[in-house]
Design a protein around this ligand. Structure first.
Ligand SMILES: Nc1nc2c(ncn2[C@@H]2O[C@H](COP(=O)(O)OP(=O)(O)OP(=O)(O)O)[C@@H](O)[C@H]2O)c(=O)[nH]1
Ligand SMILES: [Mg+2]
Length: 197
């Protein structure tokens, strides 16, 4: 899939409670974690959306053409990654979206691009193209079809907040990947110490 046919969404609205400080700003290999994720997203997609309530916190470290979507808060609180994703997906005009968390220090451009190239062969009734591990889906490092939005909104309106539950109710094609390090999540200070290459 060429870059103009793909939009990337990066979720940057988590609480970083395990890290104890905003993990997306922490330097890894000399650059803020969020910037590293952005670079992978921008190599795969012409448009990159950041879903966050805190645009001011991030805009200076990102290129000027970055697109921020300010998520709706509920009683002053963020509503979790599934609701944030639905708010971003509503703005997407391309057929497929690359969804990324902000805490993926080991993403590799070539690998994500190789996955994107397989999107043309994904079965037409699949809502997503994701890696699957014994513990479940990797929802925050993979692809979603734009047509998944109405079903997602319905799931959310019925109270659903879990990616795993939503995905298990739908047809999802599995990314054939034996990669595990690419999904490494920098959630804790200990993870941070293991994040540099
Ligand atoms: N926009 C948005 N992103 C979210 C929200 N909740 C989590 N995320 C993002 O989803 C990704 C995965 O979240 P976690 O790894 O659990 O991060 P976290 O919620 O910041 O961290 P903990 O508080 O330690 O669980 C990260 O990119 C978060 O920034 C939310 O309510 N809104
Ligand atoms: Mg995480």
């Amino acid at each position: 899939m060429t870059k103009d046919k793909l939009t990337a969404i990066i979720l940057v609205g988590g609480k970083s409670s395990r890290m104890g400080q905003d993990k997306s700003l922490l330097p890894i290999n000399g650059i803020p974690l969020l910037l590293g994720v952005y670079q992978v997203a921008a190599a795969c997609a012409n448009r990159v959306y950041f879903i966050t309530p805190w645009q001011e916190r991030y805009q200076d470290l990102l290129p000027e053409n970055s697109i921020f979507i300010r998520e709706d808060l509920l009683l002053g609180e963020t509503q979790g990654p599934l609701v944030a994703f639905s708010q971003g997906l509503a703005q997407v005009e391309t057929e497929w979206v690359l969804l990324l968390a902000c805490d993926l220090p080991k993403l590799k451009i070539e690998i994500v691009q190789a996955w994107a190239e397989k999107l043309v062969d994904v079965r037409k009734d699949a809502i997503a193209f994701l890696a699957h591990h014994p513990k479940g889906w990797e929802p925050l490092c993979g692809f979603y079809h734009r047509s998944s939005l109405p079903g997602l909104n319905e799931f959310i309106n019925e109270g659903g907040r879990s990616f795993q539950q939503w995905l298990n109710q739908n047809i999802v094609e599995i990314i054939p990947s034996n990669q595990t390090s690419i999904f490494f999540n920098c959630n804790t200070p200990e993870d941070l110490a293991n994040s540099a290459e």
